[in-house]
Design a protein around this ligand. Structure first.
Ligand SMILES: [Zn+2]
Ligand SMILES: [Zn+2]
Length: 316
């Protein structure tokens, strides 16, 4: 006997979850994917929802259910950051002392990438907006986030650079199948669209299939820096080394925590012959006092009871 199929519309922006027999699940997922985008668009246009981050009513019809006040609460990172990896420095750097511009991790074990930069700290409204895109699948948030990412990229592009091969950190195919999209690729595309207008002399080529994730790594959330390094070691491979040989690469991801993923991906690109690798992310995760990265579980406790799905243990 066939079990009944249940469709649930969650919140006001039309996410669709479906319980059904296993044999029908994949078919229904495909149907849901087709329906989701138009439902998002129609729902948010005709029935303005509360802001997905602060819950206040949206004053106008919008395809992005995040209010202007929340967007303006995402300021770019200010203060002293490690020149190499972008981590927040405990103390202000000292003029003329190069090592004081580097964090402890970069002094002890310099990363293989030239530089990493993030737009802001993975916190508050930015964390909420990334979760809205990544887990609540509010794809319309990507455009605004892409503007932030473009601002970060603009800080890191070396003077005189005219061409960059833009490579989003890939998901393993099992994770891609589960999520339905790679947020790094979506963000990279939106940022490139912004930079093509703001930096017309900079030629950015998106190469989303160049880097492959060979194995489904465990979630990085909750792991120590050492465990993170071991977790992603050898996880990446360049599909066609001739496509990166001698090229300057811009590696894109949504969040950089310890940098273990960026280091592993960079090593793979350099082994394949890339000339340089720069890394740009939307957010840089803070570390707690015991040097552990802030874990996603902390975010889960901030969620309202209306957000019912189990997305917050998934990590990077
Ligand atoms: Zn808001
Ligand atoms: Zn550093």
């Amino acid at each position: 006997m066939t079990a009944p199929v249940r469709c649930v519309f969650r919140r006001n922006y039309g996410s669709l979850t479906i319980d059904g027999p296993l044999s029908e699940t994949s078919r229904w997922r495909a149907v849901a994917r087709v329906l989701r985008s138009p439902l998002d668009a129609i729902g948010s246009t005709l029935f303005p929802s509360p802001c997905a981050l602060c819950g206040s009513p949206l004053p106008q019809f919008s395809s992005v259910p995040i209010c202007d006040a929340c967007w303006t609460e995402i300021p770019p990172h200010q203060g002293f950051a490690c020149f190499r990896c972008g981590d927040i420095l405990d103390q202000p750097p000292v003029e003329g002392i190069v090592s004081s511009h580097l964090c402890r991790a970069c002094r002890l074990a310099p990363p293989p990438f030239e530089r990493a930069v993030a737009f802001a700290t993975y916190d508050g409204r930015l964390r909420g907006a990334i979760h809205a895109l990544k887990y609540d699948r509010i794809h319309s948030a990507a455009q605004r986030l892409g503007i932030f990412l473009a601002a970060a990229i603009a800080q890191i592009v070396p003077a005189g650079t005219t061409e960059l091969l833009v490579i989003p950190v890939p998901l393993h195919r099992s994770k891609y199948k589960e999520r339905g999209f790679n947020q790094a690729r979506v963000l990279a595309k939106c940022a490139i669209d912004v930079l093509r207008k703001s930096h017309p002399g900079l030629h950015l080529t998106l190469a989303p299939a160049t880097l492959m994730r060979l194995r489904a790594t465990d979630s990085q959330a909750g792991l120590t820096p050492r465990q993170r390094r071991l977790n992603v070691r050898g996880a990446f491979k360049v599909s066609d080394p001739s496509s990166v040989r001698g090229k300057n690469i811009l590696l894109i991801d949504d969040i950089l925590t310890t940098g273990a993923t960026a280091r592993a991906a960079t090593q793979s690109l350099l082994r394949a012959g890339a000339a340089t690798v720069q890394v740009a992310t939307l957010a840089r995760a803070r570390r707690t006092l015991n040097n552990q990265p802030v874990i996603e579980a902390q975010y889960a406790s901030m969620q309202s009871s209306s957000s019912t799905h189990q997305s917050f243990s998934r990590g990077e």
